[in-house]
Design a protein around this ligand. Structure first.
Ligand code: DCP
Ligand code: MG
Length: 421
């Protein structure tokens, strides 16, 4: 028998929660395919077509890892108004980062290589790193494509060195399974773990204990806290509050007076490092969507064919996403952004659930008829909400729709308009 000390029933184990976030995720996924770019500044952004064209025209038949570095497109040659999705750490040294316009980034780091995102590969690796974690520590909360919370509390090794031993094992296993690195923060709760995972990026581990609050958390900018957005931060700054410690220095009642009962009380709690939220293993998506920013503005009449094709493609993709993940939804919505950056959304809730691209297309097309289409468009998006798991969806009732509801889907779906949408 291994010499494991008997559990002390009078003292529950300390809560140890980890937040794990992949390093430069979309960019690192491309480095797996093109390892020759390792260590070079590289950004993810722009469309697929150009890169594929260049690489397949000049280096057709060559395995991807043998494509010469000089063959890759550079930021300096980029024309358009794409936005950077993410950048390698080598590119970040030049001040280039996510959400920055490509043209601006080109001024900062013209020699950076530009690659498009490969969503299929990103999703495959996302699933792979998450399943690798679940084999080691089963209580995992999915927080999106590249991050999760993990409850270390009852996992063997989860308490050793404050969680460092288990964090190391997870990092090593993910690297072995995927070739990718990640950073992990381990702390008494989700709030602090999320902050901690950024402390030693990339490929870092950071352990925060309850008594590290003053030294490690209070100096952080208030904006770092998940839940304090740009608006709240603006208001806090106006009140002379910049750091988490500045929040903690205020009375709870003062915060409530300025931010309302629930936000004020919440701010007080988080500034003292308190957060009891559990790690939730099954997080159900609220909606699924796809959107695209066009390479150039498109007009509903002049670019009718192109726009129609993109629209159909988006609807099919959302349908595929739903089917692959096993969901159906009944609220179909669209989002448009005009050339003046104003955004319009419309949606329609059907009486039955669907994951069918054609149905989504038809209902979305009707939504599109309810928005002004005079101005050129920069972006088009399609969303399906009010989701339930496909196997739990109520069977469509035949005959008359429920009172007050719109007609059922097949009546709606056949109302195809002869015009573009
Ligand atoms: N992403 C995106 N749009 C954004 C921000 C991010 O599509 N506005 C994508 C690209 C990222 C991935 O999500 O690779 C994960 O986002 P992160 O914020 O975790 O950024 P990275 O993983 O790229 O970098 P880091 O090492 O800082 O986590
Ligand atoms: Mg990340």
């Amino acid at each position: 028998m291994p010499a494991v000390p008997p559990p002390d029933s009078s003292k529950p184990p300390l809560r140890r929660i980890a937040h794990l976030d992949m390093d430069a995720f979309f960019a690192s996924v491309e480095l797996l395919r093109y390892p020759q770019l390792m260590g070079l500044p590289m950004v993810i952004g722009g469309g697929r077509r150009k890169v594929d064209e260049i690489l397949s025209r000049d280096h057709a038949g060559l395995p991807s890892h043998e494509v010469p570095v000089a063959a890759f497109p550079l930021l300096r040659d980029y024309v358009g108004r794409g936005v950077i999705t993410t950048a390698t750490y080598a590119a970040r040294q030049f001040g280039v980062g996510s959400a920055m316009g490509m043209m601006k980034a080109a001024r900062l780091c013209p020699q950076a290589i530009v690659l498009p995102v490969d969503f299929d590969e990103v999703r495959r690796l996302s699933r792979l790193f998450k399943s690798t974690i679940r084999e080691i520590a089963p209580v995992v909360e999915d927080r999106g494509v590249d991050e999760v919370y993990i409850d270390f509390t009852d996992v063997p090794g989860g308490q050793r060195e404050g969680g460092r031993v288990l964090a190391r094992l997870i990092q090593k296993s993910i690297l072995q399974a995927t070739g990718l690195t990640c950073s992990i923060g381990v702390a008494p709760n989700k709030l602090i773990a999320k902050l901690a995972s950024e402390f030693n990026k990339p490929n870092g581990i950071s352990i925060v204990h309850e008594n590290d609050l003053e030294s490690k958390i209070w100096p952080l900018a208030a904006r770092k806290v998940n839940g304090i957005g740009p608006k709240a931060d603006e208001k806090l700054k106006g009140l002379g509050i910049h750091t988490v410690g500045d929040i903690a220095a205020r009375e709870r009642d003062w915060l409530i007076a300025h931010f309302g009962k629930s936000s004020g009380a919440w701010m007080h709690e988080i500034s003292w490092g308190r957060d009891n939220r559990p790690v939730v293993t099954e997080s159900e998506p609220v909606s699924m969507s796809r959107e695209t920013t066009f390479e150039r503005d498109l007009h509903a009449v002049r670019d009718r064919a192109e726009l129609g094709a993109i629209f159909t493609h988006l609807c099919e993709k959302v349908g595929e996403d739903l089917q692959r993940k096993g969901y159906v939804g009944k609220t179909i919505g669209i989002k448009l952004r005009y050339d003046d950056f104003k955004t319009a959304t419309r949606d329609h809730t059907m009486s039955v659930f669907t994951a069918d691209g054609r149905t989504i297309r038809q209902i979305a097309g009707q939504c599109l008829k309810r928005v002004p289409l005079e101005r050129p468009l920069r972006l088009l998006g399609v969303r399906v909400g009010t989701l339930v798991r496909a196997d739990e969806a109520p069977a469509p009732t035949s005959g008359v729709a429920a009172p007050g509801k719109r007609p059922r889907v097949d009546a709606e779906a056949t109302a195809i308009t002869p015009s573009l949408f």
